[in-house]
Design a protein around this ligand. Structure first.
Ligand code: SAH
Length: 367
């Protein structure tokens, strides 16, 4: 009989692990005991899980494994930001970024190998696409960062699904992984501090509302469809009005006290005019949201530039005066290419996009 490959337990959220244990004839609470060992004690050797029956431990050891993505490189920025390149299935690599900031440790996690969406100003899109990460590969990124922080007696306090990929196009794995992040028996991170970020996949937002109440960030980047169609091509399928309707729906499920985050990357001369700020303020009026402005982070042959600081401030001030909590996301880790939109990993591209992009980079180098 062909041997079944072991199940990677880092990918099973509580309910799935309970079902697995029950299928083996065990009681559901055994699953919860296993989770405590793994995530609270850092013990993955079943032999050491002494409060579990020996036969159950043997069974689990045979059928399951604890497999983490392999760290290929680890780079530390002058500002303390750490970027890992980790190997996932099929030899592909994705990137994970840890941003320490006065006791707060935010981890930026990847959800896919590359990205299908091809937003015009994002380096990840230029790498093309290879596939989805498994839930275990997503959770593994948090595990690795926590292992690093444990030495400093700290842990990951915030997770943002803002690394490579569009999380809502890898729905099931992202949902399982965020469940594990928020579960008290695992990472125990508050739902306010686990954020799924989307370029605007509208059916995914409705499905998410049905399934969970993680925090949601929406990458808007333009206050009108004509411009957004160019910057964020998924807008052609799900235009702004449809997207904002979905946002309202999601917000309704979060309760009065929580709000949405709107992300807006400022591209010099493209979407950073004061008229854009005016339009944006009008557009978002009905929505309970705060705005995150991200000055563009450059990469080779992007075709875009970062606006100067005065322009960025002017945009921010306009929105603040219009009543929006508006944060300026300070650039972190750009010396190691770890800033927003700079994550590239190592993608065996299944589209033609990477080849076309590399040709453009080469042409610019020659010119
Ligand atoms: N696909 C999801 C998750 C990626 S989040 C999403 O779009 O929300 C990464 C964030 O950084 C997004 O808001 C993205 O639009 C933004 N971004 C991409 N490229 C950037 C760049 N070069 N400079 C600044 N921000 C960028």
């Amino acid at each position: 009989m062909a041997q079944q490959s072991p199940i990677n337990l880092y990918g099973l959220h509580r309910e799935a692990l309970e079902a697995f244990v029950e299928q083996l004839g065990g009681r559901a609470y055994r699953a919860r005991q296993v989770m405590r060992w793994v995530y609270h004690q850092g013990v993955t050797d079943f032999a050491a899980m002494t409060d579990l029956a020996k036969s159950f431990r043997t069974q689990m050891a045979e059928l399951t494994c604890f497999s983490l993505p392999e760290v290929v490189t680890r780079a530390e920025s002058a500002d303390g930001t750490i970027k890992w390149v980790v190997r996932v299935a099929n030899g592909n690599c994705v990137e994970t970024v840890l941003i320490p900031d006065r006791g707060r440790n935010t981890l930026c996690v990847s959800s896919q190998v590359g990205c299908m969406l091809d937003c015009s100003f994002c380096a990840t899109g230029k790498q093309g696409f290879n596939g989805n990460l498994s839930a275990a590969e997503i959770v593994g990124q948090v595990y690795l960062a926590n292992a690093e922080l444990r030495g400093k007696d700290q842990s990951v306090t915030n997770v943002v699904m803002m690394g490579m990929g569009e999380p809502l196009l890898n729905f099931d794995a992202v949902l399982a992984a965020t469940d594990i992040m928020m579960d008290d028996l695992a990472f125990g991170i508050s739902k306010r501090r686990v954020t799924v970020s989307t370029a605007g996949h509208v059916p995914g937002i409705y499905a998410l509302a049905q399934a969970t109440d993680v925090s949601l960030a929406v990458s808007l980047h333009a206050p009108n469809d004509a411009l957004r169609d160019v910057l964020v091509p998924i807008n052609r399928k799900y235009p702004i009005a449809t997207l904002l309707e979905a946002c309202e729906h999601y917000l309704a499920g979060l309760g009065e006290k929580r709000s949405l985050t709107i992300e807006y990357t400022l591209l010099k001369g493209v979407n950073d005019h004061i008229e854009h700020a005016e339009q944006l303020a009008r557009l978002l009026r009905p929505l309970r949201c705060k705005i995150n402005l991200i000055p563009f982070n450059p990469f080779a042959a992007s075709g875009y530039e970062k606006p100067d600081e005065a322009r960025v401030r002017r945009f921010q001030t306009y929105l603040m005066n219009a009543g929006y909590a508006t944060m300026l996301r300070t650039t972190r880790g750009d010396d190691i290419n770890a800033a927003c939109g700079q994550l590239v990993g190592n993608v065996t591209d299944r589209t033609k996009r990477q080849g076309r992009y590399l040709a453009r980079v080469k042409a610019e180098e020659v010119a």
